[in-house]
Design a protein around this ligand. Structure first.
Ligand code: G3P
Ligand code: CA
Length: 309
């Protein structure tokens, strides 16, 4: 996308402000004409979703924001996995044939750590594990990436919000730099977001869904972002979102999911969305050309990441 001169100047200024404030900005800048490209579950077209390999591939591709899904095991550990059962993305059914329906909540961490979370995707990824949130955070940190963390199905895991904030603190993700620029938590569950906001009012939170425009104001009490399915995004809806200020006094932002089509991405970018959550982060970033926002880390030489561990 060709930037108009005035937009290019604004963009350069925003880039400078990002350089001054931190590696990538979760909420500090006003709406940008360039959406942030966020790897949905890492880079799931190239590596098994939500694994460390998926995060590493995203890093190698220069993708500085990744999305994940967090759940809790039977013994209270936090793990990164999308489905509430283990069947689709691990070999749980083969390893534990008598444990139907293979719910995450019915397995201990030790049991889950024995699973192969890579072979279902490709034999090259055999031995990938379901990551604990702790290991995942460390990897994202090591890769100098930023995290859009989804609290998945919190109704199944009462109290998970406190566990998540404890783990974030333990891993160094609740300092000012991370909270202001490198971390966003999101959920389809408004009650869970309200709990997180009570526990840590400084966190940047996103509501997953598309509340009616008339109801957006109530979400703005605790959510800084409204993140709907891309099919629900219209210019009018986006204006309604941007017109409101969130709990930190800044205009609400909107990241749309799951945008895997280049034409749809360009059209949403022209509309002015703030983020595109995509299974094809490199492809969508390249399709946007200059219209994709890159943090300073991604704009420079590619991050060197060792082969998948
Ligand atoms: O980040 C948005 C998206 O992840 C929400 O849907 O089912 O992929 O977690 P889902
Ligand atoms: Ca998700």
């Amino acid at each position: 996308m060709q930037l108009r001169p005035a937009v290019a100047v604004a963009s350069a200024l925003l880039g400078m402000s990002a350089l001054l404030t931190g590696p990538a900005d979760a909420r500090a800048t006003p709406h940008s004409p360039e959406p942030l490209v966020i790897g949905h579950r890492g880079s799931p077209v190239s590596a098994p979703e939500n694994t460390l390999a998926s995060v590493d591939v995203a890093a190698r591709l220069g993708i500085t924001w990744v999305e994940n899904d967090v759940q809790r095991t039977k013994d209270g550990a936090l793990v990164v996995l999308h489905d509430t059962t283990l069947s689709r993305t691990t070999d749980a059914e083969q390893r534990y044939p008598n444990r139907s329906p293979w719910r995450v909540a019915d397995f201990t961490l030790a049991e889950i750590e024995r699973l192969d979370a890579g072979s279902w995707f490709d034999r090259r990824f055999a031995g990938q594990r379901v990551p604990t949130l702790g290991r995942y955070l460390d990897r994202v940190e090591r890769n100098r990436q930023n995290l859009l963390m989804e609290v998945k199905a919190p109704e199944l895991y009462p109290g998970i919000e406190r566990r998540i904030t404890s783990e974030l603190r333990r891993r160094g993700w609740l300092d000012r730099g991370h909270v202001a620029h490198r971390l966003v938590l999101q959920s389809f569950d408004a009650a869970s977001l309200r709990t997180l906001h009570r526990l840590r009012p400084d966190l940047t939170l996103g509501f997953l869904g598309a509340p009616k425009a008339a109801e957006l104001r109530s979400y703005a009490a605790y959510a800084d972002q409204i993140n709907p399915n891309h099919k629900a995004v219209t210019a009018r809806y986006l204006r309604a979102v941007h017109a409101l200020r969130g709990p930190h006094g800044r205009p609400l932002r909107l990241s749309a999911w799951t945008v895997d089509d280049a034409c749809a991405a360009r059209s949403l970018a022209r509309m002015g969305v703030d983020g595109l959550i995509t299974n094809k982060p490199a492809e969508i970033r390249d399709a946007l050309g200059d219209g994709a926002r890159r943090s300073p880390g991604a704009a420079g030489p590619p991050v060197r990441v060792p082969a998948a561990a």
